[in-house]
Write a protein that binds this ligand. Structure first.
Ligand SMILES: CSCCC(=O)/C(O)=C/O
Ligand SMILES: [Fe+2]
Length: 176
């Protein structure tokens, strides 16, 4: 089950938890501060898998693929660096954790990092235009499904990109 909290500013290994304090953010707080939507679908539950299929249909997720990130991944070091570089996407980033765990870091309205610890069964919908990054945690393994509306576009657009239309629209939607 997901946990979200503010990050410390230590330079220690990105895979550590980097928790600033004991306070967890509620899902409503996470949504208000970032625009991120969260769902949980138990992978071993037929009922939950049917609910996930319904969400995919309703949201028109017509393309899906899978990614496994661990030390055996091709170009592992390069990919780990790429995912952890702060970026946006021109489309929503929709990720369902089929197995393993990791951290999605999201900038709040005040540009502070919120760390979202995801594990098996968590589904995140990260809005287009929000500055974010991803890292494995100390378990060094995640297996995620990536969903897209139409053609997949997963190219990161690195910060700074304030003039990008997705960034402008995101800031408008958050009324910053
Ligand atoms: C766990 S999915 C890999 C990370 C990714 O696709 C991305 O864009 C992170 O921001
Ligand atoms: Fe991303």
């Amino acid at each position: 089950m997901v946990r979200a909290y503010y990050m410390d500013s230590s330079d220690a290994d990105q895979r550590e938890d980097h928790r600033l304090n004991d306070a967890d953010l509620s899902l409503d707080e996470l949504k208000a501060k970032t625009g991120v939507n969260y769902f949980y679908f138990e992978p071993n539950s037929e009922e939950d898998m049917a609910k996930l299929a319904k969400l995919k249909q309703e949201n028109k997720y017509t393309f899906e693929d899978e990614i496994v990130i661990d030390e055996n991944m091709a170009e592992y070091e390069k990919k780990i660096k790429m995912f952890y570089r702060e970026h946006i996407h021109s489309d929503e980033e929709i990720r369902y954790v089929a197995d393993g765990s990791g951290y999605f870091d999201l900038r709040d309205k005040e540009d502070k990092w919120i760390r979202v610890a995801v594990s098996k069964g968590d589904l995140l919908i990260v809005p287009a235009g929000i500055y974010h990054r991803f890292t494995l945690d100390t378990n060094n393994y995640i297996h995620a499904r990536r969903y897209f509306v139409g053609e997949p576009v997963w190219t990161p657009i690195n910060r700074p990109c304030e003039d990008h239309s997705a960034r402008i629209e995101y800031l408008k939607s958050m009324a910053v």
